[in-house]
Design a protein around this ligand. Structure first.
Ligand SMILES: Nc1nc2c(ncn2[C@@H]2O[C@H](COP(=O)(O)OP(=O)(O)OP(=O)(O)O)[C@@H](O)[C@H]2O)c(=O)[nH]1
Length: 540
């Protein structure tokens, strides 16, 4: 659990998260904006395409109605020219083949509105349409009109009729010629439906008052659709032409494209389901989402790998600091030649470690050095002697320990003063170091007591030479408190080749030798072999 939380807090994790966040923001931001723009563009393109298609449909319907009106008009003009009577109209329309193709029925009514001829059924009931608005309008305007859609009394079919006034030879209106268009007849509706074949959505036509003229659901024809705010009928009639987005048709959002006809107060409209219209967009969105997810994952992985790689020097630096702290390496492991931030950090660590090392060395020196004489002190000696004994035991060599005591040093202090005593101690130490070999270790234990550890002694007699050399080194008078004074020392030396000798044993043996020298009148040295428990020589 802990390593997991540790990983969450790691710099690598933070950088990786940052990279992922940036990629996500960039992806969602740029991708989302691009998708929105693309979607908006697509809507415009689709809407324009559909409007252009609708314009063709509107032109087709306009021209169809115009053709039909023209046909009726030319027929009535023919009749007028030939002074056809109402009684002759039935024969005439039956003889006119084109009328059957263009109209569901063509009928004629006299000026009182009574049926006088019917193409579909010459024996049709003599109905009267004098109360119909289109009939009245035709007589009043003296020109053809297009009726509102209605259910025909003659056929029971939903129709609109085109009218033309009938004139006698003198131009007087004697009746009205009607061409009926069956709104459910394939010749009208199938042509419109054909315009939408292979495409999504459907075409419908409504009059200006919202009555349905054409609709794929034939049962709606002649019905007045809901034209409340936000309905497709209201949207279709809102302006002469254009498109509306997001209108609900039967609960489904649609793109509604509409165009008003020129010839008649009808609006032809297209309801285009948005979901299928933008189906390509959905797949683009899905692919963009998957792409973004993959990209984000890759970016995260990439961020992790790159950060890990970039932070390798930091890891190395961390290990180096740990190794140096644990004493497994020295400060030369720092890569101080790097030019980057890790180089700066390494150099800072190097300088810090160097200062710390120097401080440690100084501390160690102070802790192991006798302040007055500059020799090793007792602490150093206590640490050093066991190691020297072990070294000698390993090498099978003889080791010697000398304990030195300045004779009657108290007198020097008492007669010349403590400072003069110090001077003597310093000079004594200096001469001592000068008298022994570089391989020998000299220390001041306390007061006027000094020790020397002799390592790598070649012969037994070598120690005699060294003892004599020390005695001789002290022959010259010492300067203390401005006065010259003879200083002598007593030296007890212990020698051993035993690999099992202890610190106590060799110290005791040296003490014993010193005691012998002192007993013999001081100013000399004696050598005692450890285990022999006797002073072999005592010389002044
Ligand atoms: N000047 C000076 N005196 C010290 C220092 N440390 C100890 N002493 C003195 O050294 C003297 C040591 O004298 P002792 O060890 O008693 O004996 P001694 O006079 O040398 O006599 P023997 O050893 O028997 O010859 C004492 O008076 C201490 O006060 C020091 O650092 N400086």
């Amino acid at each position: 659990m802990r390593p997991f939380f540790g990983m969450l807090l790691s710099f690598k994790f933070k950088i990786t998260s940052l990279v992922i966040a940036l990629v996500l923001v960039a992806g969602i931001g740029a991708g989302g904006i691009a998708l929105l723009i693309a979607e908006s563009e697509l809507r415009q393109v689709i809407a324009r395409q559909e409007l252009s298609l609708l314009t063709s449909a509107a032109a087709f319907i306009d021209s169809d109605i115009q053709d039909k009106r023209q046909l009726l008009k030319s027929l009535t003009e023919q009749m007028r020219g030939r002074e056809v009577t109402l009684g002759e109209i039935q024969e005439l329309v039956e003889a006119h083949q084109t009328l059957r193709e263009e109209f569901f029925n063509v009928s004629a009514f006299d000026a009182s509105g009574t049926l006088v001829a019917s193409l579909r059924d010459r024996n049709a009931k003599r109905i009267n349409i004098s109360d119909r608005k289109y009939f009245q309008d035709t007589l009043r305007l003296k020109e053809g009109v297009i009726s509102a859609p209605f259910r025909s009394i003659l056929s029971g079919r939903p129709v609109v009729v085109l009218t033309q006034p009938l004139h006698d030879g003198e131009g007087k209106i004697i009746g009205v010629l009607l061409g009926a268009i069956d709104l459910q007849r394939p010749s009208f509706s199938a042509q419109l439906d054909a315009l939408r074949s292979n495409s999504a959505g459907y075409l419908f036509i409504v009059t200006d008052n919202g009555t349905t003229i054409h609709h794929p659901n034939r049962s709606l024809i002649l019905e007045k659709g809901d034209d409340g705010p936000g309905t497709i009928v209201e949207a279709a009639l809102r302006s002469p032409e254009g498109w509306e987005d997001g209108i609900l048709d039967d609960g489904e959002p649609v793109l509604l494209v509409h165009k008003h006809l020129r010839e008649v107060d009808w609006t032809v409209a297209l309801s285009y389901p948005v979901l299928s219209a933008f189906a390509p967009m959905h797949s683009v969105r899905l692919r963009a989402f998957v792409g973004s997810a993959i990209l984000t994952g890759l970016a995260g992985l990439f961020g992790w790998v790159i950060t890990k790689k970039l932070l390798l020097p930091l890891g190395r630096l961390h290990r180096h600091v740990e190794d140096i702290s644990a004493g497994r390496a020295d400060i030369t492991v720092f890569d101080v030649d790097r030019a980057d931030e890790f180089g700066h950090l390494s150099r800072a660590f190097y300088a810090l470690s160097q200062r710390r090392e120097r401080a440690e060395q100084e501390l160690h020196r102070l802790a192991t050095t006798d302040v007055l004489t500059g020799l090793h002190n007792r602490r150093m000696f206590d640490d050093f002697l066991p190691k020297a004994l072990a070294r000698a035991a390993r090498a099978g060599q003889q080791v010697g320990l000398a304990i030195l005591d300045i004779d009657h040093f108290k007198d020097i202090n008492d007669t010349l003063g403590h400072a003069a005593g110090d001077q003597v101690l310093v000079e004594f130490a200096r001469r001592l170091v000068g008298a022994v070999r570089t391989t020998d270790t000299v220390a001041r234990l306390a007061g006027d007591e000094f020790v020397i550890v002799f390592e790598q002694l070649a012969t037994n007699t070598e120690i005699d030479v060294l003892g004599r050399k020390i005695i001789d080194a002290m022959h010259q008078p010492f300067l203390g408190g401005g006065a010259q004074r003879a200083v002598t020392a007593s030296i007890g030396i212990a020698l051993t080749t035993s690999p099992t000798v202890t610190v106590d044993e060799i110290m005791r043996a040296a003490d014993q030798a010193l005691y012998g020298v002192k007993a013999a009148g001081r100013n000399g040295f004696a050598v005692n072999h450890v285990g022999a428990e006797r002073v072999l020589r005592a010389r002044g």
